[in-house]
Structure formats: C-alpha cells, structure tokens
Ligand binder design. Structure first.
Ligand code: GLU
Length: 498
C-alpha cells in the first residue's frame, strides 16, 4: 500500500524524525556508505525517530548495476546491530522500498511537473546532445543542455509527439537557489549555473535526482544526512522541491573520508569494502564506534563509546566540516580493546567459525579443545581471524615445526635426553585433572633432578609441543592440549632421528 504524501508529510510537522539510507547497488558497500548509515541510525535512535532503508536501483547500466550486492546491504547493517524500521524486507507504511517497483510514482511526478510548466519534454537525440557538448568543449565553454526543446512551439511539439523524449526540469533562468546545510551553513547557487537536468529518461525510468526527491518526500523524510559528495546535487534537489511545491527536508552533509595521507580513501589505506571487516573478524561494537567517529565528534576527549553512549551523545552539530581521516591502525587497536572487553564465551563463540573455516576444527573434540585454547590467546588477538594463526598448533596430531626453533632447541641429543626425563613425570599425572599446577610441579621436579637452568628444559619442551618459540604460558598450553596429545607429541619428538 502506498501512503499518500499528505499522510506521511504530516509526520515531520508533528515532529517525528524520519531518516533514510538509500544505497545504490553499484558495488559492494564501502566504509563511507556504512558510516552514513550509522549517522542516520544514531540520529533516529537519539530522536526516537524511524530509520528507513530504500534501494535506489534505477541505474540499470550493465556496467554499474550489481544485483549480487543487494543481499549484503541489510545483513551488513544487522551485523552492526542496526535493524531498520522500514526496508524492502520488512516493508512499512511508505513502501515499496525498492525504486524499480515505484516507477509509476516518478512518471506521475514528471507528468505533474510538465503540466504545471516546471518541466518539459526534450526530443533532442543523443547524437545532437553529443555534438552540442563537443562544440561547447571546443569553444572552451561549460558543457550543458542549450534548452532547445524548452522553447518549442505547439506546432513543433505536435510534429515530434511520436518521437522518444526525456523530461527535463525547467530551471529558473535567473535568481539564486538558497538552502541551509547543518554542517556547511547557508549556501546559495546562481540558477544560471545550473543545467536543465534530465528527470525521466527516454525509457521511462527516472534519474537519481527525481527518484530520490520523490521518495524522500513521499516517504516523509525529515532529515537528509549523506556524504559531502552529494552537496553539489543539493541545489538541483532544492529546485525540484520548489517545482513540486514541497517542503524540503533538513540537509546535513557529512565530511568525506580520507586516508592518513589526506588523499581520497583507496585500497592503499586498507580495505574499503565493509564486508571485508566482517570477514576478518572485527567486532560490531568496534566497527560501530570507529565509523561513528569518522566525521562526528561528541566534543569529549575520548575514543571508546558503547552504542548506548553514541546514541546518548549524538547530535547533528557534532558532525564536522573537515574531512574525516580513516586510520586502519586505530581500528585494529579499537578492535583489540573490544575483544578484551568481551566475555570469554562471546569470543569463543565468535572465533570458532574461523577455526572451522580454516579446517582446524574437524570434530567435536576439536571444538572442546578450541573452547580451552581460545581464552589463552584472547589477549593477543586484535582481530578474530588471528585466532587461526595463534592456535593452529593445538590442532591435529603434530604441529608445524619452525625450522629455526627446531635448530635452536631440539636438534641436540641433549634436548632429547632432557625431554625423555620429563616424559615419565608427565605420564605419572592422572589423565583428569591434567592441571596447570600438577604439570608445573612435574616439570619443576625434573628440572631440580637434572640440576640445569630451567630455560634448558622449558624451551625444548615448548618447541616439541608447539613447534614454535613463542606462545601462551607453557603450562597453560599443556593443560589445554590435554595429557594424551602432550605425551604423544613428546614421544614422537624423542623417537625422531635428526
Ligand atoms: N543512492 C545514492 C547513493 O548511493 C543516495 C544519495 C543520497 O543519500 O541522496 O549514495
């Protein structure tokens, strides 16, 4: 069901905030898109308003349109804990929320503008437009439509009636378009600098500008919060609102996001695709916190905010005019902070899928092992995917041996003799409980008996059991590994000919 514009427009005047996030499926969501979604959602939450997600899929140029990225849009938001109030899956009073299902609305709107003389049919062929552009470029003039069809006589129009046409906005020839942006202040643009933009293409599909304005109005959007790259489009939108006689929403343009070198954000600065951060195991809380601070500030001298604190402090005044700097190292740091703030159970639950995917967890026994070992490495994890490299040596029969570690601590007959002395002491401990305390007592007993410095026992033992020189505490590692695996690994190393 389509709500009448009047019904939804009564929302804003009655004070209910309605904001929107309208992605175009032209590529995977990047950091900047999600930052914008977060700012809108925080504002809706703060104001007790509604957060609407709408799909702007009217650009069907095969080189840009990507149906495959659509399912990720809502699931990426859900990963962050953002549940839209209205979207194309759950619907809502202003649906449909997919522009390709609303074409009749844009066509009706374009017709309404033609009838009121605010827009006109343009029959110029693409060839004429291209030739015009080439001439303008040759003369060094700004390119734009020369308004040829704006002044066609009725008889000329009658002759062209059956020809394909686009609909263009009849931009006022004089005066200025004025609007206020919450971040950039009052802005005025000379109308003479604006082109008679195309609103409806010859195939009956709208351009972004028409569809965006018609939807923002008919969906009762009170505040448009979007990236600064849309600032130059805003006068065109304001003119459209004026042409329809509609009240404009409040405009807020959040700053661009740049890399640490102050250049446009690109792969060089780290991943720009949002889902990559989910795949790598960044926690939702860390991503929410980090992205909210890209262009917004509470004014306090701090970096870590829970989502409740972000909502509590959020205001449009906090959106900064200067560019936001994307610092991947700060995100890594923040993620580590959130990992350590999380409960061990949460980290175990979130880490197990990474171990499964890497093939380390194959059996239920491996799951139990994972539950014991993940807490040992949580302190050193900055992203969840690191769980794989931090714990891989626990799984399987034998670990991968680092040749340098073997060379240094396992290759001498001495080290094997030492391990052979420790082995029976470990065997003497019961299978259950195989505790840190009992293991330490057994190993220390061996050290005392041999009368050698403890590193000469500890290092070979660690390398024999884990294949490497560094890792969590040795006795904790052995307890988590379990008696059977500790003994079988030691036996294998002692028996091995070098
Ligand atoms: N569909 C546009 C985009 O992909 C929306 C811009 C706007 O917020 O008006 O970013």
């Amino acid at each position: 069901m389509i709500c009448t514009q009047h019904e939804l427009r009564s929302g804003p005047t009655s004070g209910a905030v309605r904001v929107r996030y309208p992605p175009s499926p032209t590529g995977a969501q990047h950091i900047g898109n999600v930052r914008t979604a977060i700012l809108n959602w925080l504002f809706a939450k703060k104001m007790g308003g509604r957060f609407i997600v709408r799909l702007e899929d009217t650009d069907r140029d095969p080189s840009r349109y990507r149906a495959d990225v659509i399912p990720d849009i809502l699931s990426n938001l859900r990963y962050l804990g953002i549940e839209p109030d209205e979207d194309w899956e759950k619907g809502g009073p202003a649906g449909p929320y997919i522009q390709s299902e609303r074409l009749y609305l844009y066509q009706n709107a374009a017709r309404e503008l033609i009838e009121s003389g605010k827009a006109y049919r343009c029959y110029c062929t693409p060839e004429r437009i291209a030739a015009l552009r080439a001439e303008q470029q040759q003369r060094g003039e700004p390119t734009g439509y020369d308004r040829h069809c704006r002044y066609l006589s009725d008889s000329e129009l009658e002759k062209l009636k059956a020809q394909p046409f686009v609909v263009r906005l009849a931009v006022p020839l004089e005066g200025q378009t004025l609007y206020h942006d919450e971040v950039h202040g009052d802005i005025s643009v000379e109308n003479s600098a604006l082109d008679d933009q195309v609103l409806l293409k010859s195939n009956g599909w709208p351009t972004y500008h028409l569809a965006n304005v018609v939807d923002d109005h008919s969906m009762g959007i009170t505040h448009v919060i979007r990236g600064e790259d849309w600032l130059p489009s805003t006068p065109k939108h304001v003119l459209l609102y004026q042409a329809f006689g509609w009240e404009t929403p409040k405009w807020t343009h959040a700053p661009l996001i740049l890399g640490t070198d102050h250049k446009k954000l690109s792969k060089r600065h780290g991943d720009t695709e949002f889902a990559e951060y989910i795949r790598k195991g960044y926690l939702p809380e860390a991503l929410m916190n980090f992205l909210a601070l890209l262009g917004w500030s509470s004014g306090e001298d701090r970096e870590l905010y829970s989502v409740e604190e972000l909502i509590d402090r959020f205001s449009l005044e906090g959106i900064t005019p200067h560019p936001a700097i994307f610092d991947a190292n700060k995100l890594i740091w923040m993620n580590g902070e959130y990992i350590r703030k999380s409960s061990p159970e949460t980290i175990i639950e979130l880490s197990i899928p990474y171990l499964r995917k890497s093939g380390l967890i194959k059996t239920e026994e491996d799951v139990e092992l994972a539950k014991r070992v993940i807490p040992l490495v949580t302190d050193r994890m900055k992203t969840l995917d690191e769980v794989v490299s931090l714990t891989d040596f626990f799984f399987g029969d034998m670990p991968k041996y680092d040749p340098k570690a073997v060379e240094k601590w396992l290759n001498s007959s001495d080290s094997k003799t030492i391990l052979a002395k420790i082995l029976p002491r470990l065997k003497g401990i019961a299978e259950e409980p195989f505790t840190v305390h009992l293991i330490e007592a057994a190993v220390r007993g061996g050290i005392d008996e041999m009368g050698i410095p403890s590193p000469q026992v500890i290092h070979p033992l660690r390398v024999a059991l884990t294949g490497r020189m560094v890792g969590p505490g040795l006795f904790e590692t052995m307890a988590a590994m379990g008696k059977a695996k500790v003994l079988s690994r030691l036996k294998a190393i002692i028996a091995k000919e070098h």
